[in-house]
Structures are given as structure tokens and as C-alpha cells.
Design a protein around this ligand. Sequence first.
Ligand code: FAD
Length: 483
Amino acid sequence: MLVTDVAQTQLLIVGAGPCGLVAATTAARYGIDVLVTEQRGGGSSLSRALVVSTRGMELMRRIGLEDAVRAGAADVEPTALVTSTLTSTEGSVIPLGFPSDTEAAEASPCRPAWAPQSHYEPLLVSHLQAAPSATLQFGTRLIDLEERSDCYRATLLDVTSGSQNFVDARFVIGADGAHSTVRNKVGVSMEGPDDLADYERVEFVAPLDAVIGARGHALYVLEHPDVAGAVLARRGREDRWGLSRERPRGAAGMEDLSHDDLVTLVRTATGVQNLELTVERFSRFRFAAQIADHYRRGNVFLIGDAAHRMTPRGGTGMNTGIQDGFDIAWKLAWVLRSWAGLQLLDTYEAERRPIGLHNIGRSAEPGGARRSTNEALSWDLDGRVAHAWLDHNRTRMSTIDLISDGLTLFTAEDHSQWPSVADTTGWATPLEVVVLDIGTAAALGLPPTGAALVRPDGHEIARWTAADAPPKPGPAWSRPAET
Ligand SMILES: Cc1cc2nc3c(=O)[nH]c(=O)nc-3n(C[C@H](O)[C@H](O)[C@H](O)COP(=O)(O)OP(=O)(O)OC[C@H]3O[C@@H](n4cnc5c(N)ncnc54)[C@H](O)[C@@H]3O)c2cc1C
């Protein structure tokens, strides 16, 4: 085909799920010219993920959406109750690895939000649409991706008209979910099982708030013999609920039941015999525990479900994916703005794939939902600089809030040598110096004469005392290897 009209973009992102949207929003924040193509005609109404983790909420805070996400979150304890039915007064409590409000307050300015994906995806869409350097095209499916000498040529199909058009992009992010076309086009394979179990869910509205009373649990794992193993969960702030259960292969599903039988099933699960409910939708999903053998091929990067498929156990699929999206987007932005060299991009797979592998392993365990807060939170925060409240220009802020889009130097000493830190690297990365009081510096593990150099994701890449020789962080700005 003779191609005469080819659009250009610095960054093409395929897929406007939560991970593609976070990546696009992050790149747009740096003024990067980003095009997002999404095959759906508009935003998704699937509730799927029910919890945004502590670190996920820190990213929402950075984007400016923390309060808006919180506004759609259920007020629940971050625990599961194993019980006969929802209204049973007996049961045992299981920790899910998400911090309580008190635990979260020690570690972060944020706490997890038990809000459904259908609540915050539209928030991310609106936010992206307001970014001057970003374009979001709904109803546009990527059908081909061809590597050229200096770019990737994408063939995009308008799903309504059937017409095709072409875009040349310097970098491509595949955020197109579990069955990623981008992944297939660049020849990356998935490792691991994709058929651990089949699950189904009915989503409904019913007046259960009044039944539960005070703050309930995030999940209820049911033991009543007629619904054994099923899980009831609130979907956000309103009285919306989901009942999920394993669906044996070949067995009739919940959507095959008569309305009366379905109502009986939900009434059994809740223990409320006269419950009135409105069914909103049925869905099915397969448990998979897979990881891409590579997160990168050339200048194409995979994030979210395109890079890893986790079962819902542990609530890590989307939370891992939005952190992937943030990670690769700021790195690409730095390269595109000539703040760093191409070596920085090598750190994406090196830093994010081990987290994906860990969370996949957890989600594959039958008991993978159960975790202590300490263990799960350390994987979620992934070693970012410590949180401490401080008075900054007469405003109460967290150290996390002071991390800039370039490099940030935290120090207790306002010393003229600090700006020269950037000069030692050869890159034109902007540097912001944040002078802390001695107590806050100590919370970051810094002596009064010390300083720490931090990337946009909060990872420290160099630390020294003022008496040291001038610092020389690695040119790739990578995190120091674990010792
Ligand atoms: C029941 C259930 C509960 C879950 N609970 C949690 C939870 O509590 N916490 C959590 O972190 N995760 C949870 N997850 C996982 C979470 O939903 C996914 O990990 C998350 O949606 C992945 O986001 P994504 O942006 O990578 O992909 P998706 O959300 O799948 O988005 C991919 C997008 O790409 C588009 N697309 C696909 N192909 C193309 C193409 N060729 N061209 C253009 N567009 C394309 C699709 O239309 C889609 O909009 C749950 C999943 C399920 C099923």
C-alpha cells in the first residue's frame, strides 16, 4: 500500500486502561508529545480492580487525583473476614497486606483506596484529555507495528469507519492488556500458566450498608455450604457489591441461573433472606500467572497486563502495572528531553520485572491473598525514600511531595556545592535542592551534613556526607545494586 500521510509522535501508547493512562499522564507532564490509541469507543465501565495500593495512591497524589480517587472509595478495614455469610457475627480475620490507616500514616502521606477501576479510569481519562501535549483517540485499534530505521510505524484501524491510518513513533509503550497485540508484533512471549482457574462474578446493587453497620471488611470469604469459597466485596462507596466464585469447567454459570435462583444465591451469601437487589452485570475471568520473557524489545516497552498477568489474589495486577507505567514514562521523558542517555531505558526491565515476578508468584499461591502488612508494603513501596511530614514554605508536606520531576537533592545543609552535583554527570537533568530540618533529615537516615540524590520515583541513587569527594552517580541513574 502506498502510504502518503503519516502522523508523527514522540511516544505512542497502545491501550487506555489504567496503566496506559498513568504512563501517558506522566509523559505529558514532561511536555512529551504522546498519542494514546484505544480500541474501545469510550471509557471502560468494568469495575475489576477494587483497591489502589499505598504506592498507587502516592502516584495518584502526584498526578493530582488523590482526593478524587478517595471520593469513590469504600470506607472498609483492609482485611478479609472468613465467615459463613455476610451477616454472620462469627469469623476469622485475614490480613491482606494492605496497611490499616494507622500503619499507612507511618509509612506514607497516602493510604490505600478501596475504589473500583470504573471509578478512577474516567478520572485519568479527563486528566489526560486536559494535557496540552497528549492526544487520546478512542475507537482506534493498533493492527500492525513495523520497525523502521529510526522509528516504529503503527497501522491504526478506525473501528467505526474501517479506515486505516499510520503513525510513526520514536518510542512505543504496549499497554494493551493480557492479549497484547504490541507484545505479539515484537515477538515477546509469555511464561507461566494461563489457566489456573475460571472465575465468574455477578455485580449488583443492594442495601447492605445498613446490614453491616460500622466499618466492614474489604472482602468476605464465605463458608456457607451453598456458596462455599465465594467472595463478596464492596465495589466503592455506594451500595454496589460483587459476588465472585470459581466456576468449574463446563458447569452452568451464574448468568445461566433464573433470576429467582440468582436472587436466592445472593440472599444465601448475604444471609439477608428478603434482600432486594438489582443485577448490574456478569463477568468471567481466568486466573493466569504469566510474565513476559522481556519487558523491552528495541524501543518498544510493555507495561501492565501486557507484561504480566496476575490472579486477583493480593490485588497487585493493576497496582504493579501503574507503577510500570510511571517508571517507563519518566525515563522516556528524560531521554526525550535529553536529561539522560539511552542507558537509562535499560533500567526499566531490570528494575520492574523482578517486582512483576514476585507479585505473580504471590498471586498464584492458593493463599496468596493473605500477607502481613510489613511484607506486602515493602514490595509495594519498593524502597523509595522515607516519608516524613515537614513544614515547607509554611505548608505541611511530605518528603514524598517534594520529589521533583528531575533530580531532587535532600540535605540538611544549604551548601553551595550541591548544584554542582548535576555538573558531574554530564546530563542536563534539572536538580532541585530541598533543605530539610535536622529531624526530617534524620528520618531519611541522613546525618546533619549528609545529602541524598533521588529520582522522580523516590529512589535514592547516591548518598554522601558533605566531607566526601564530589559525588559521581552512575550515568544511567540506576539504583545502586542490592548488597
Ligand atoms: C476480577 C478482577 C479483580 C481484580 N482486582 C484487582 C485489584 O484489586 N488490584 C489490582 O491491582 N488489580 C486487580 N485486577 C487486575 C487489573 O484489573 C488489571 O491488572 C488491570 O486492569 C490491567 O490494566 P492494563 O492497563 O494493563 O490493561 P487493561 O485494563 O486490560 O487495558 C488494556 C486496554 O488496551 C486496549 N487494547 C487492547 N488491544 C488494543 C489494540 N490492539 N489497540 C488499541 N487498544 C487496545 C483494551 O481495550 C483496554 O482498554 C483484577 C482483575 C480482575 C479480573
